[in-house]
Design a protein around this ligand. Structure first.
Ligand SMILES: [Fe+2]
Ligand SMILES: [Fe+2]
Length: 390
């Protein structure tokens, strides 16, 4: 790969720098802008100025969101949470019978984790195969980009689930609802395409309904309208809550990558449980950004963004965190309640390097020289990954 101006990462140029450069090109000022654009240095430069870390905490549950008769939705896209370019989240609640109408997402796949209640989802793939499945607490779904789907709450209680999209811009550029389309299509086209008489067309919604109240569907799923001819052989559902966890002294993790859930081609999920006082050890992810939703309990997250930049924020239920790819970080559990965190990565493969694994994989004398430690002190350093320290 060239290190010329076409490679923004190599030059330390942000997407915004490039957009600015593009608009300046039109004014014939491109060369000047590229010369003056900030450069990232491989060697420390005394007095060099670096932008502060971007805000990495967002209180999604405290936001206003969308509220209707059938349910509600609160979102964290780049609009609300600028750093989360690669992942967006929605906290959605459906009342019994509440229907998140037929829709698709043009620029993102949809992943979800059910926290409470039960929902029935239907989804269609481009090959015509369809699937209807019921989801309860701990269950996950993955609807690939562009696949049409709908969700309905089965009752008797309200359903609450966290939706995650593999694109921070999914909302403003990418949700296509069936009522929005039909409501903006001429009657003669609808009549020819749907075979409905004028009287029926007059009653169709004129604008996007999004979430509407509805009747609780029957406990035994109805046959699909075309008679279930072609059940999808590539399931969209995974029972994450039933996974066997990886157990550490300070807690446990359930890691759901594409290996375990083949349709999940763009994301990896981790359900992380921290005991009181636990420390999720210092680590980074070479291949992915990390998005976190705090389900219960509290924790302090500290991130390290090079050039001496570190930041710490405290997180509790309903807070969202975002850690850029490659940024170092650790999590300290705080308070008497255990902490449960839903974590998503924008890669189907899980990768992590922890500080203990790394230091164990180096010659002792080099580690001693690097830190100015004696060999005896180096001997005290861990030789295995610590994961979640008790
Ligand atoms: Fe959706
Ligand atoms: Fe992490």
């Amino acid at each position: 790969m060239s290190d010329g101006p076409a490679n923004p990462k190599a030059n330390g140029l942000t997407r915004r720098d490039l957009l600015n450069a593009a608009s300046l090109t039109a004014a014939g000022l491109a060369a000047a802008s590229l010369v003056s654009a900030p450069q990232a240095h491989a060697i420390p430069h005394k007095g060099a100025k670096h932008d502060p870390l971007e805000a990495f905490k967002y209180d999604i549950e405290n936001s206003e969101g969308w509220v209707g008769e059938g349910g509600s939705a609160k979102e964290a896209t780049v609009e609300e949470f600028a750093v989360s370019e690669s992942i967006a989240g929605v906290s959605m609640r459906l009342k019994p019978g509440g229907l998140r109408e037929l829709h698709w997402h043009a620029i993102a796949a949809e992943w979800a984790f059910v926290l409470k209640g039960n929902v029935r989802g239907t989804v269609i793939a481009p090959n015509g195969q369809a699937e209807s499945a019921d989801f309860g607490p701990g269950d996950v779904w993955y609807f690939p980009k562009g696949h049409g789907h709908a969700l309905q709450c089965l009752g008797p209680e309200e359903a609450h689930f966290i939706l995650v999209f593999d694109n921070g811009h999914f909302s403003e550029f990418g949700t296509f609802s069936i009522t929005d389309w039909v409501g903006h299509t001429p009657a003669n086209i609808l009549s020819r395409n749907l075979g409905l008489p004028a009287a029926a067309l007059a009653g169709l919604p004129k604008t996007e309904t999004y979430i509407m109240p509805g009747k609780v569907p029957p406990a035994v799923p109805e046959q699909l309208r075309n008679g279930d001819p072609n059940t999808n052989q590539f399931p969209h559902k995974f029972r994450m809550g039933e996974m066997k966890p990886v157990v550490f002294p300070g807690g446990e993790e359930r890691i759901l990558s594409q290996k375990e859930f083949p349709i999940q081609t763009t994301l990896t999920a981790v359900l992380q449980d921290l005991k009181p006082g636990a420390l999720r050890e210092m680590h980074w992810h070479p291949n992915a950004d990390e998005w976190q939703y705090y389900i219960s309990g509290k924790s302090r997250l500290t991130i390290f963004g090079a050039h001496g930049r570190v930041g710490t924020e405290e997180f509790g239920p309903g807070h969202v965190a975002f850690i850029k790819q490659g940024f170092g970080h650790f999590v300290e559990q705080v308070g008497p309640e255990p902490t449960r965190i839903l974590v998503l990565f924008n890669s189907p493969v899980y990768e992590e390097i922890s500080i203990s694994t790394w230091l164990a994989a180096n010659p002792p004398s080099m580690v001693a020289d690097n830190f100015g430690l004696t060999k005896e002190q180096v001997n005290l350093l861990p030789k295995r990954p610590q994961g979640i320290i008790g």
